[in-house]
Design a protein around this ligand. Structure first.
Ligand code: GDP
Length: 199
């Protein structure tokens, strides 16, 4: 499925631009530069179907991709967050768009919250998790760029994040450790996504 048809569907800067809720959806969230585009591209084995935001804080759209022929599900690339210099208005728009999407999106089966293996959880990730808890949208924590840290550091970050994530009602206690660069953890994540869309 992941190596077959993947197509960009549309970009929704506002909720009125959302596609009809026809297929199960899996969303991807994370701080700007966490490796979200790289992970989406690696999962679907494309070089650049998901694109890095050139100007952090400017991309405020939800990008939809269709997977399968005929379509089996959609991937939703949510706007990155946590950029230091974003104007208040941009952050406010982000919050409104994401919160409303999460609360009202019936076909949304799961959200993948990406966290950099080097940094662990930041306050903006905590805000994201709280929004997901409040919207009752189940989510998985995905550590990214695992190739950038030593095994011992990875274990330390992992257990620290896991301990905190356990307190969030809508979070899966078990995390995924990935590296888009090295292909690590991708097959497991694909399997998890397939089980999520079938729920
Ligand atoms: P986004 O802003 O979250 O979409 O992040 P990108 O996917 O554009 O990645 C940000 C930077 O991190 C880029 O320079 C990527 O090459 C790098 N990066 C992403 N994933 C990995 C990874 O698994 N390993 C390493 N070493 N670098 C990565």
């Amino acid at each position: 499925l992941f190596s077959g048809r993947v197509e960009f569907l549309l970009s929704a800067p506002q909720l009125k631009h959302l596609p009809d809720p026809d297929y199960p959806e899996i969303a991807f969230a994370g701080r700007s530069n966490v490796g979200k585009s790289s992970l989406i591209n690696a999962l679907v084995q494309r070089k650049a179907i998901a694109r890095t935001s050139v100007t952090p804080g400017r991309t405020q759209e939800l990008n939809f991709f269709e997977v399968g022929d005929p379509t089996q599900f959609r991937l939703v690339d949510m706007p990155g967050y946590g950029f230091a210099k974003a104007p208040l208005k941009v952050v406010d728009n982000w919050r409104k768009l994401v919160r409303t999407f999460l609360r009202g999106r019936v076909p949304l089966k799961r959200t993948m919250v990406l966290v950099d293996s080097r940094h662990g959880l930041k306050d903006t990730d905590r805000e994201m998790m709280t929004m997901l808890d409040e919207a009752a949208v189940g989510y998985r924590i995905v550590l990214t760029k695992a190739d950038k840290v030593k095994a011992s550091e990875l274990e330390a970050v992992r257990s620290k994040v896991e301990e905190e994530v356990r307190k969030h009602p809508a979070a899966y206690p078990q995390m995924h450790v990935t590296s888009s660069e090295k292909g690590m953890g991708l097959e497991e994540l694909r399997a998890a996504i397939l089980s999520d869309i079938r729920e």
